[in-house]
Structure formats: C-alpha cells, structure tokens
Write a protein that binds this ligand. Structure first.
Ligand SMILES: Nc1ncnc2c1ncn2[C@@H]1O[C@H](COP(=O)(O)OP(=O)(O)OP(=O)(O)O)[C@@H](O)[C@H]1O
Ligand SMILES: [Mg+2]
Length: 292
C-alpha cells in the first residue's frame, strides 16, 4: 500500500508531465495500448502504478474499481494467479477522480517476454502454462488478454498482471464495464461510433479461446519473438477444433496492428489539436510510437 501523500505526489508529476509534454522523469515501466505504467519510486521502483484515464465522478470510479475486483476474483477462481493488486484514488483536476491500480514491481528477468528472449528450457513449460490458463479461463463470461507481455514467472509460478481492462460479461453477454474507459482518450466525436462498432468487436476477441490463442501467437511478431511461433502452435493446436497455421496468424496480426495504429494516430492528432489550436492541456498519457 502506498501512502496517500506519495500517490498525490506521483499524480502531481503526471500532471506536470502532461503540461510540459515531457515524460522522462516519470519512471515509465511500460506502455500498453491503453494505459501507461509508472514505477514508484521512479529511480528504483518497488511499485508498478497503472494510471487510468480520469473518471468524471466518484460513482464512475467506484463502478470501475468493483469491476477490477470482480475480474481478479473470476480469474483466481479459474486458476489464474493474479499479481496482488490494490486500487487507490487521488483527486484529479476539475472534480475528476484518478484511479491507480498498484502492484509490486516484478523483476525484469521474471517477465515472460524476457524469459522467451533468453530462450532457456523453461520457455516451453511457460507457454504450456499460458495456453492451459487460456483454456481454463476464457469463455463468454470471462475474457483474457493472454499476450506474453502480460505474464511473468515469479518463484517458479506463472502470474498474470494485466487487469486494467476487466473483461467480464453478465449472463446476457453484456460487458460488466463502462466502455468509457476505452474511449476516454479519443476525441468526443469519435466516442459513440467507436463505443458502438469497435469496442464490442475488440472485446469479443478476448472471450474466445481460438482468437485469444491466435492473438497470443500473433503478438510474438510484435515482440520480435517469432522463433517461438512453431512451439506455441504445437502447444496450442491440440486445444483447437481446427488447427491454427502460421499464415492465418500473420494475416490476423496485420489487421489487428492496423486497427490499433489507427486508434493511436487519432489520439496523437487530437492531442496536437488540443495543444496547438485549443491551447489546452491534453489530459491523457498516451504511449509514443509502438513498433509493430
Ligand atoms: N507489476 C509489474 N511489474 C513490472 N512491470 C510491469 C508490471 N505491470 C506492468 N508492467 C509493465 O508495463 C507493461 C504494460 O502493463 P499492463 O499489461 O498491465 O498494461 P497494458 O498492456 O497497458 O494494459 P491495457 O492495454 O489493457 O491498458 C507490461 O507489459 C510490463 O512491461
Ligand atoms: Mg498488457
């Protein structure tokens, strides 16, 4: 648990970075597609602090927070070990509420990507563990983003840490999460169409074993870990009705990369517009260029 004062100071440095556009001092641990992860203390982090886009009201923040807890419980119930996560809040500008999901920092060499890059004998069992977790977890109700960049091996146990998008649906297939979290950093004109046409499609993919495993395999390309593709296909295919091929995975990767790239470009364009034309502080931290 981090003291409120300490978290307030972290939020102040984020606000300063937003005003100046300089994120160097923030101690970034990683950049995903939606949130940025800040190390605290910046120089030698013991905590990974995942900052969510500002919530318009305490009630909206409460709804998100309880969705995160329900999601962690659901994963745990299905046998996925989730890194201990606390949700803490500070007040943001204009009456907004800022939430941070806070976890202990995992060692760089514990990250699944680093382990795969290292290429030792533990890679295959790790991939088997990830595939088994997907098969045991993913269905209409519970979604999972099984990409390698979301796992680590800690004390010999596979652990999952990407819980900032709690992918849960109710019995009727309705997402148990305001899609506002996804669209908050998009220009307002785009929010309704993205919420209606893009978000459901993205979420659907995480609720189906085949697409989750396809995405896990395709992501090896982005991580420059393609050499593990044959092994991963060999481990995944016995669980699938019709086997995945490298060609299918590559096609999937290209269309997925294009969609995320377009969303990133829209955000960068909007940031430029807000800063240069409207002379406003752009209120989100968005990842800089992502190599694909
Ligand atoms: N507990 C942690 N310890 C060390 N590094 C972490 C930790 N959590 C996240 N990271 C780093 O930050 C990166 C992004 O984190 P995470 O996967 O939680 O968010 P994300 O991919 O941005 O999620 P989303 O796109 O769903 O918002 C990770 O790939 C990893 O490099
Ligand atoms: Mg992630």
């Amino acid at each position: 648990m981090i003291g409120n004062d300490e978290l307030d100071r972290l939020e102040h440095s984020v606000q300063a970075a937003l005003r100046t556009g300089r994120a160097e001092g923030l101690g970034l641990l990683g950049a995903g597609e939606i949130s940025l992860v800040l190390g605290l203390p910046a120089a030698h982090p013991t905590w990974a602090c995942k900052r969510l886009p500002p919530f318009p009201s305490p009630a909206a923040a409460n709804r998100y927070e309880s969705a995160v807890h329900r999601y962690i419980d659901a994963l745990t119930e299905r046998g996925v070990e989730v890194v201990t996560t606390a949700v803490q809040r500070v007040s943001g500008p204009d009456g907004t509420t800022i939430l941070y999901c806070i976890q202990p920092v995992l060692a760089p060499d514990a990250m699944a990507c680093a382990i795969a890059r290292d290429g030792g004998p533990e890679v295959r069992p790790m991939l088997e563990g990830i595939v088994d977790s997907v098969v045991a977890t993913v269905d209409r109700r519970v979604g999972l983003d099984a990409q390698l960049s979301n796992w680590a091996v800690s004390d010999g146990r596979l652990v999952y840490f990407d819980i900032t998008t709690p992918m849960l649906r109710d019995a009727d297939g309705r997402p148990d999460l305001d899609s506002d979290v996804f669209v908050a950093s998009l220009p307002w004109v785009l929010r309704p169409p993205v919420r209606r046409f893009v978000v459901p499609g993205i979420l659907d993919r995480y609720h189906n074993v085949t697409t989750v495993l396809t995405d896990l395999t395709a992501n090896l390309i982005k991580e420059r870990l393609e050499r593990w593709m044959p092994v991963l296909l060999e481990v995944a295919n016995p669980h699938l009705g019709s086997p995945l091929t490298e060609a299918a995975v590559r096609t999937d990767y290209r269309s997925d990369a294009r969609m995320w790239e377009i969303l990133q470009q829209v955000r960068r364009a909007d940031r430029l517009w807000q800063q240069r034309v409207r002379r406003r502080v752009y209120p989100y931290l968005i990842p800089e260029r992502i190599e694909r």
